[in-house]
Design a protein around this ligand. Sequence first.
Ligand SMILES: C[S@@+](CC[C@H](N)C(=O)[O-])C[C@H]1O[C@@H](n2cnc3c(N)ncnc32)[C@H](O)[C@@H]1O
Length: 390
Amino acid sequence: MNPADRQRALDAALLAFRELWQPQPFREIRPAWCERWPALADQLLALPEDAVARLSDDGSAALALLARHVPAVAEIDALSALPEFAGSSGPERNERWAWEIPGRKRRQIEAFAAAARPHGQPVVDWCGGKGHLGRLLALDWQLPVHTLEIDAALCDDGRALARRAGIAHGFVVADALATTAWPQAGQHAVALHACGELHRRLIREGAEKGVGRFDVAPCCYHRGVDDRYRPLSGGLQLELGRDDTRLAVTETVTAVARETRQRDRGMAWKLGFDAWRRAVTGGGYRNFKPVAESWLRGSFADFLALMAEREGLPSPSASAAAEFEGRGWQRRQALMRLSVVRHAFRRAVEIWLALDLACHLESRGYQVVLGTFCDRRLTPRNLLISAHRA
Ligand SMILES: C[S@@+](CC[C@H](N)C(=O)[O-])C[C@H]1O[C@@H](n2cnc3c(N)ncnc32)[C@H](O)[C@@H]1O
């Protein structure tokens, strides 16, 4: 299926099912769909913890469960199936190219390099950090590479690594959101996990300037989105808010057990605070500023007291703190289960966002393929937009 057809179909499907995936159980204790599909809500609320963990990470399994109650959502699964880029292992290379790169990151870079194809054009590695990807491409493709990066210290480290490898690999210290000098016409622009507006600007400006080829693996779609996501391509019916774009990146497939425990505790405590606020104000959900990590390391009573003071609420007694800690954990139980419905749509929302970029490039005369460059266990941000001037 070409990107434009897939975009049209996915846009319509996500719009049709938005009552299932847009409400956030963090804000809406019982989303309205629970009334329309009570058997679904009952099944989810009765799930054991291990099933919840599996369904939260595996969007296809979540979608299969959902389709037993709402059969039409099965269409989403077909629309989310993308081709894998056939990797080439690249030439024999000295293992030392990857000095200092943690194992998972290294395998992501190697998979990206294997999926992207050289085009004989000079390469710009957009928001490239120490330029690990750029260095590998300079070695494999034997083409000049420039890594553009805002952090001068990372560029210094990258220059030292390039010298050690003996390759033509330059560094440009620049703000990707402001520079007008990069990317340049005829270049091959690569970007591995340039966040949000960083990858969107590359695609917008690059297409304008006549970049010859793009290989872009997007991430953190919500970064740089104010209130509403502004699509690059036209004709879309669905409108996404910032929180919707965040849904695309919420899975924890690469989290270790300790991080998962911390996340669960943080969520339960914030829900405990939310319950306290609702109880003392009599109102519904209200946004609150991010919580300092250090506040989540002490006791719940201390956390609740700090939050109450910051948000201008009465100070809770010791017995209230104990009660609301319990309520927080109970709400977390329900929230994790009802959120399975959102997880079923997470990949589709991500693909919708990537298709927006792909279709923008198509409208600017590029031939575009949207696929995956590695297994999602290596990184869930495994989409690759590969485009060249038709
Ligand atoms: C998630 S890292 C990805 C780095 C590299 N591509 C990789 O995969 O290892 C994002 C990089 O973007 C850089 N960055 C953030 N804002 C930037 C900006 N405005 N201009 C240029 N680089 C930026 C960060 O310093 C960081 O090195």
